[in-house]
Write a protein that binds this ligand. Sequence first.
Ligand code: ME8
Length: 512
Amino acid sequence: MGAGFYITTPIYYVNDVPHIGHAYCTVVADVVARYQRLAGKDVFFLTGTDEHGQKVEKAANARGLAPLEHCDLMVRPFKDLWRRYQISNDDFIRTTEERHERVVAKIYQRLYEQGDIFKSLYEGWYCIHEETFWPENRLVDGNCPDCGRPVEWLEEESYYFRTSAYVDKLLKHIELHPDFIRPGSRRNEVVSFIKSGVEDISVSRTSIKWGIKVPFDTEHVIYVWFDALINYLSAVGYLYDEEKFTRFWPPVHFLGKDIIKFHAVIWPCMLMALEIPLPKAIMATGFWTLGEQKISKSRGQVIDPIELSDEFGVDAVRYFFTREVPLGQDGEFSRSALIGRINHDLANDLGNLLNRTLPMIERYFDALIPERGEELALTADLISESAAIISRYHELMENFELRPALQEIWKLVAKANKFIDEAAPWALFKAQKDAQLREVIYDLAETIRIIAQLITPFMPATGKKIYEQLGLVADPSDIRFDSGLVWGYLRAGTKTNRAAPLFPRIEEKEKR
Ligand code: ME8
């Protein structure tokens, strides 16, 4: 097993520009990648684009472009969006790249030679939108059971992948590794799907041209899902960079619940056929809905992630994504809920903590962080509470429990706000209790710094801004937890820089 930490997002279809659902899955994976880096792991965080298949070919045709030209244009908005959202991916794979196509062809060849890919006749239904083959008995009123669109009848010679040979072994793996598919509700869904019977799947097409050719039969193009899943191998050096591959494999996959069967059934069977260890975890995220309908371009409900970040700021959106719903569950997207989070959690709770503390440092200590003084029961309690929260935070973050981890941080924010009221620095100042005042102010500033360090995976720019206000020049994204979460990192004599409030209140109707 590799010593590194490998995490992936789905590779997104380039038939259209990205929307908020794409941003969501990539942001949550980014939070985990950033956390693991700060925890000291050697991280490889991968995202990319899925560029073959009928859906992309159709989109290119509609624009009068050659498929590759269309892809070259459409990849830009994805890359721009990731830059805007401070996504810290280490690589970006496109399935039209040679490094990918080569690995796909080699894998296909090997599976054919060992008898796991074989030729037969495909007769059945196909949904272009979902790029999925459907048996007759799965259709709903003659339409695709997933998206409800009409399906097309296919009758063509096709290569099949022998999924059925591996499903029993897969079922055992799922039973032995309860954390393999998360959350548990998705695991149950996958298990009952497997138990209902998994057939061999068609993995080539003759009626389309846009894809990777079957190496030993060039009339056939490799099925887009078979091609796409292999990105997780081709990007990490499989068959060409042994050192990299063994360093990082196996991965943790983040993906939407719509594509769980591809990742939790077909993909593990492909890996077993190749004798490659299975992923550490397959984490299915939920959907953002509007009026209880999945947000999607084709349904005409669009929330542009760029406009959203223009209006509210990237960190506020990143916070909302991770704080509003538990990972794995659906969430109804609402502007008023977003504004509510900004006003209450960010402007009020976090913002006020800074806006109360920094002026006291200026007033009592000329804007210089004081030396610690005389410990009080109250300050000892704040320090031990912060240590307890840090340890729960790690436990939660290791398990991708992002929302509970934020709730823990906000317990510390609340605790620090309450500490100000109880320690009443203004009274200590008046009574000239200098040693106590110094301790109270130092501990408060240090708590704020720890909070900034803890929120950095979620809100990297905000963590940095808080550090700047405390007078620290280092970016908390560069400070590993083993030094950044140690009490006492903040040095006496550091000059603070109060700035404008991090999150101004938004005066618009909000929902609580
Ligand atoms: O399926 N809410 O690509 P895709 C939350 N190319 N997440 C959403 C969402 C919503 N309303 N809508 C989409 C593909 N997503 C394949 C993947 S991987 C080898 C190949 C997210 O462009 C969610 O993560 O259709 C979903 O799985 C992904 O976008 C699908 O993106």
